[in-house]
Design a protein around this ligand. Structure first.
Ligand code: NAP
Ligand code: ZN
Ligand code: ZN
Length: 348
């Protein structure tokens, strides 16, 4: 077994603490990775605090993993020792259902194997994430990271990057399209950069004025702080697509009213409580309310190559493992510019 040091939540709403555990010995299809950086996604906090229900403990969170290949199994030819690689939100899937056959492993009908807070295919071994020194992953679920992005700035692409790239691409963000990004945190700031690089005209909706200069620097053309009825009325019916990344309860009905006829508001943020949706903004313009979950392996690789080509990394603040709990508090207060990334070196 591979002795691994990490940081774990031992119970819901308890601070994370040092935790030692074992990873499986790499098999013929596996790659052993030395983890260098791991992003802190708001989903880590939701799960470590059991805000969505069903969390299993002890839990080593982390699904924005960036590392270096230490060893490859006998059947692995796509990766070699020394390669820079990424691991995202899942590490396996059934590989045979219709979703998997289409490369949409995130919608696997038999349930993907989550990188942490899940069970391996044996249905017994708990998976553990990237706030740790090493991980063993099947090479089919591993991503190649372009050299043009700094490793610490590439780590957040494994979740924040793909979670925005996938809906932006699916719903056609590009030249001539007016796209709204709601909430400019870890996900949202990557959404602004990616949508702008796709050629769309981007507006950021934020709950305060504080992030305006950054939004414009990331490529947004307009910024709306704390939207009221008058602002909503002035923008009504003008957006082709809005992607909502907000992690807390908020009013979605004003956002729906901003869409053109038949355009979509896509939810990616996951607040604890259900949203209240008024029927008229939806019915009025035959508008769509949709959702989107991360992205499949092939699309995640496509996103990494796109970000590599456009030099799109995340804006990060590096923290050492013993500051993870402090970082969690700051993420919840929206006090992060724009992603915390844990440097695992001090644990080694
Ligand atoms: P984050 O960095 O905390 O960003 C969330 C943003 O929401 C904040 O920066 C803030 O933006 C806004 N916000 C926070 N509290 C708010 C409030 N009370 N009222 C209005 N706006 C508020 O989180 P993240 O890592 O980007 O994740 C965002 C959400 O997406 C989380 O719920 C996470 O679980 C979920 N998620 C979903 C997927 C998926 O596949 N669908 C993948 C990853 C994460 P402003 O300061 O600009 O207002
Ligand atoms: Zn995430
Ligand atoms: Zn499947």
């Amino acid at each position: 077994m591979i002795e691994t040091k990490g940081y774990a939540a031992l119970a819901a709403k308890k601070p994370l603490e040092p935790f030692t555990f074992s990873r499986r010995e790499p098999g013929d299809e596996d790659v052993l990775i030395d983890i260098r950086y791991c992003g802190i996604c708001h989903s880590d906090i939701h799960q470590a605090r059991d805000e969505w229900g069903g969390s299993a403990f002890p839990m080593v969170p982390g699904h924005e993993i960036l590392g270096t290949v230490l060893k490859v199994g006998a059947n692995v030819s796509r990766f070699k020792e020394g390669d820079t690689v990424g691991v995202g939100c899942f590490v396996d899937s059934c590989r045979s259902c219709a979703a998997c056959a289409e490369g949409l492993e995130q919608y696997c009908e038999n349930g993907m194997v989550l990188t942490y807070n899940g069970l391996e295919k044996d249905q017994e071994t708990a998976t553990q994430g990237g706030y740790s020194t090493r991980i063993v992953v099947d090479h089919n679920f591993l991503l190649r990271v372009p050299d043009s992005i700094k490793p610490e700035e590439a780590a957040p692409l494994m979740c924040a990057g793909i979670t925005l790239y996938s809906p932006l691409k699916h719903w056609g963000a590009g030249p001539g399209k007016k796209v709204g990004i709601v909430g400019m945190g870890g996900l949202g700031h990557m959404g602004v950069k990616i949508a702008a690089a796709m050629g769309a005209e981007v507006t950021v909706f934020s709950h305060s004025e504080k992030k305006k200069d950054d939004a414009l620097a990331f490529g947004a053309r307009a910024f709306v702080a704390g939207m009221d009825e008058a602002t909503a009325a002035s923008l009504a019916g003008s957006f082709d697509l809005i992607v909502d990344t907000v992690s807390a309860e908020h009013d979605m009905n004003l956002l729906l009213s901003l869409l053109k006829r038949e355009a979509s508001l896509v939810l990616v943020g996951v607040p604890e409580q259900p949203h209240k949706i008024a029927p008229f903004p939806l019915i009025g313009g035959r508008r769509n309310l949709s959702g989107s979950l991360i992205g499949g392996i092939a699309e995640t690789q496509e996103m990494l190559d796109f970000c590599g080509k456009h030099s799109l990394g995340s804006q990060v603040e590096i923290v050492s493992p013993e500051r993870i709990n402090e970082a969690y508090e700051r993420v919840v207060r929206s006090d992060v510019r724009y992603r915390f990334v844990v440097d695992l070196a001090p644990l080694k």
